[in-house]
Ligand binder design. Structure first.
Ligand code: IMP
Length: 188
């Protein structure tokens, strides 16, 4: 599978060191709180699983899954909840766990949805950020790495459901998605 990668951006060791560093920051800030970690499926499940094992905190975990309507959704920003939270987050401290912030649309609308449920607080931890692709304001309170505008896979991130199991993160060779006629950022 790594032969489909043109450049490794972060090795498994670099990712693990960063996840530990993020967990230490979060642990300091949430010491006397009981946060609910909200993972955004599917991409964030690997990051969330590693992150929570570094957290010496009394925390709960829940997941949401979003889908966009039709082909134009990234511009219209219309999202549909495929899997909602099972936790009532009213008066709770919510920490959204995202794999990557790209256009920012997913995070923006997820934040709106969660804030409407009146949590005590809501913050975001994201492993990766592609700020040059932003279409709407969206910011992580805790960020792993900023990356250039490239399609990356590994450590939970996929292309057409593949490569999530790679322990590193790398740029996918363009020829892998070239024949499909659709750039990967338009594929669910
Ligand atoms: P946004 O709504 O454009 O910020 O997109 C966020 C979602 O798009 C992420 O949670 C990923 O699932 C997906 N995504 C964006 N960029 C990449 C990438 O480079 N590789 C894999 N998935 C990506």
């Amino acid at each position: 599978m790594t032969s489909d990668i043109s450049k490794i951006l972060f090795t498994a060791d670099q990712i693990q060191a960063k996840v530990k560093e993020l967990a230490e920051q979060i642990e300091r800030d949430y010491r006397d709180k009981k946060p609910v970690l909200v993972g955004v499926l599917n991409g964030a499940f690997v990051f969330l699983a590693d992150l929570m094992r570094h957290l010496d905190l009394d925390c709960a975990v829940d997941f949401v899954s979003w889908s966009s309507y039709g082909k134009d959704t990234s511009s219209s920003g219309v999202f549909r909840i495929m899997k909602d939270l099972e936790t009532n987050v009213e008066s709770k401290h919510v920490l959204i766990v995202e794999d990557i912030i790209d256009t920012g649309l997913t995070l923006h609308y997820l934040l709106d949805t969660i804030r409407a449920r009146k949590p005590a607080s809501v913050k975001v931890v994201a492993l990766l950020d592609k700020p040059s692709r932003r279409r709407i304001e969206a910011k992580a309170d805790y960020l792993g790495f900023q990356i250039p505008d490239a399609f990356v896979v590994g450590y939970g991130l996929d292309f057409a459901q593949r490569y999530r199991n790679l322990s590193c993160i790398g740029i996918l060779k363009p020829e892998i998605y070239a024949g499909r006629g659709t750039p990967p950022d338009e594929i669910e």
